[in-house]
Design a protein around this ligand. Sequence first.
Ligand SMILES: Cc1cc2nc3c(=O)[nH]c(=O)nc-3n(C[C@H](O)[C@H](O)[C@H](O)COP(=O)(O)OP(=O)(O)OC[C@H]3O[C@@H](n4cnc5c(N)ncnc54)[C@H](O)[C@@H]3O)c2cc1C
Length: 327
Amino acid sequence: MSNDVLVVAEIRDGALKKISLEMLGEGRNIADQLGGDVQAVALGHGVADVATTLAHYGAQKIFVADDPSLENYTAEGYTNVLANLVKQTRPALVLLGATTAGKDLAPRLAARLAVGLASDCTGFAVQDGEVLMTRPIYAGKAIATIKEAGRPYMATIRPNIFAAPEADTSRAAEVENIPADAGEIRAKVLEMIMEAGERVELTEADIVVSGGRGLKAPEHFALIEELADVLGAAVGASRATVDAGWKDHSYQVGQTGKVVTPTLYIACGISGAIQHLAGMKTSKYIVAVNKDPEAPIFKVADYGIVGDLFKVVPVLAEEFKKMKAEG
Ligand SMILES: Cc1cc2nc3c(=O)[nH]c(=O)nc-3n(C[C@H](O)[C@H](O)[C@H](O)COP(=O)(O)OP(=O)(O)OC[C@H]3O[C@@H](n4cnc5c(N)ncnc54)[C@H](O)[C@@H]3O)c2cc1C
């Protein structure tokens, strides 16, 4: 068993997702403390350029599995390739993103390897050669420190928690092509449908503007979208609006939706139920717009505006527009 940390890079449309860089940064910290290297594995088709970028961001060794059968993510195919790699290279820790694909892949890979998995981690420490992982539990009400029973340790990392390292284009790394043996894939990807008009991926966005039942009708999400457009933000939604069919589930923030950690989260007409907070409480700055001064969202908000969102949100959009115009 080595002391290396293996980062499973996440790739979309041939480019690395931001979480891959964040994992390399934290992976490097952990590997330094363990006395090992940070390595990365890229799966896909035509991913040679990605290997170069991984090296720029600090990967010391890169494994590439390049095959048409891996072009689209499938849990079965990716698990087969990764399980073989981990069995052969025996890293100390395997890191994946706590993204939609990572949440699907990591448990299957952990089960295949018969190891534990700490999901949605927000912190790591190394003590006496062992990796301790911290993660929020009970919808963010408590923080657990987890020590897995045996190596390789496995964890998924919450996006936007760790800083991506600076790129150094002079860095090069050893690249090893590994067998892209996806095995039998029983689920076939027939079509990928990208959401129309999606600005920024919700879990990766630096700013998120979310709407709740206070919007009163689906068409009023236009207010949220306008503010999001001005800020270059992603749009989120509470479950009440998703359940009402105003927004697709992919917009839902919370315990049964997506977990976001943007620099700025603006909640408009959202009461702040514990299940919603579970998805956004770790945002760096929270702004709440709600007409009820007793709304629980104000307990977690850094800035609160008590008022009618139909008046406040257009003013915010207008003021931000002016600020941007003034540079
Ligand atoms: C197992 C489980 C899982 C759940 N998972 C999630 C989840 O993942 N995400 C999630 O969001 N919820 C989740 N919920 C639901 C959650 O408990 C709440 O019901 C939901 O978050 C409420 O959504 P809301 O804040 O939009 O609506 P409400 O609670 O109805 O709040 C609407 C808010 O809008 C304000 N308002 C009304 N009019 C205006 C106005 N004109 N201007 C300003 N403010 C106004 C009101 O004061 C109120 O605070 C879950 C529940 C369960 C039981």
